[in-house]
Design a protein around this ligand. Structure first.
Ligand code: XMP
Length: 207
């Protein structure tokens, strides 16, 4: 079933744009999503989510550390209703750009029983992380778990409806991306845009 959120998702073509002036680096191939595209889509997402969730019911917003920190901060600035906000932490890439074992770096501390939960993550790749989060949070008996990701790499999950977020900012082609919270070896998180990592960086020290 296609949710309204999915229907509004922007699809980013596989076209590498010039890295904005001042941000050029030999480790960056170029830009995939601009800062202004991100900001306008984040605003839209916040409106979409608030128009569809029962905002008069208890809701806990749970950004996933660390990659979603900028996305979540910008998204919740548009949140007009009462909510609790806490964080969970997972790491799936270890020291490479290839997904590995999922490790909980910050477990749930908040009581989510009989509450709606909105999980905010940076990127859905194979979908394992979101699946693990759903399974773990379900054990705490929330009323419902809603998921929102900024980016969804479409190639790896195409043909499968198993791993989808309820709300997706952008569907992107399969590149290792950095910026707007996403890092490579702890670098590039501060970029206001989504960039593509140079292929010669892959396989070493990505977080
Ligand atoms: P899965 O495969 O579990 O992956 O859906 C989701 C998590 O993997 C990380 N990830 C990336 N991090 N650039 C990054 O900096 C990428 O292109 C990328 N792809 C996946 C990320 O932590 C995400 O939560």
């Amino acid at each position: 079933m296609t949710t309204e959120g999915e229907a509004r998702t922007r699809t980013i073509p596989d076209r590498i744009r010039l890295t904005p002036t001042g941000w050029e680096s030999p480790e960056l191939k170029g830009m995939l999503v601009s800062a202004s595209e991100i900001q306008s889509r984040v605003r839209e997402l916040a409106d979409e989510i608030q128009s569809q969730l029962p905002v008069d019911k208890p809701i806990v917003i749970l950004p996933v550390l660390s990659g979603s920190f900028l996305f979540a901060a910008d998204l919740v600035r548009h949140w007009r209703f009462a909510c609790e906000l806490d964080f969970i932490g997972l790491s799936s890439y270890g020291a490479s750009t290839q997904p590995g074992l999922i490790d909980w770096t910050h477990k749930l501390k908040t009581d989510i029983k009989d509450k709606h939960v909105l999980v905010i993550d940076d990127i859905l790749d194979t979908g394992q992380t979101l699946d693990e989060i759903r399974k773990e949070l379900s054990k705490h008996h929330p009323t419902a778990i809603h998921t929102c990701v900024l980016l969804h790499k479409t190639l790896k999950t195409s043909g499968s409806t198993r791993f989808q977020a309820d709300y997706t900012g952008f569907k992107i082609p399969d590149h290792f991306v950095v910026g707007y919270g996403l890092d490579f070896a702890l670098k590039f998180r501060q970029l206001p845009f989504i960039g593509i990592l140079s292929t010669n960086c892959h396989g070493t020290n990505a977080d």
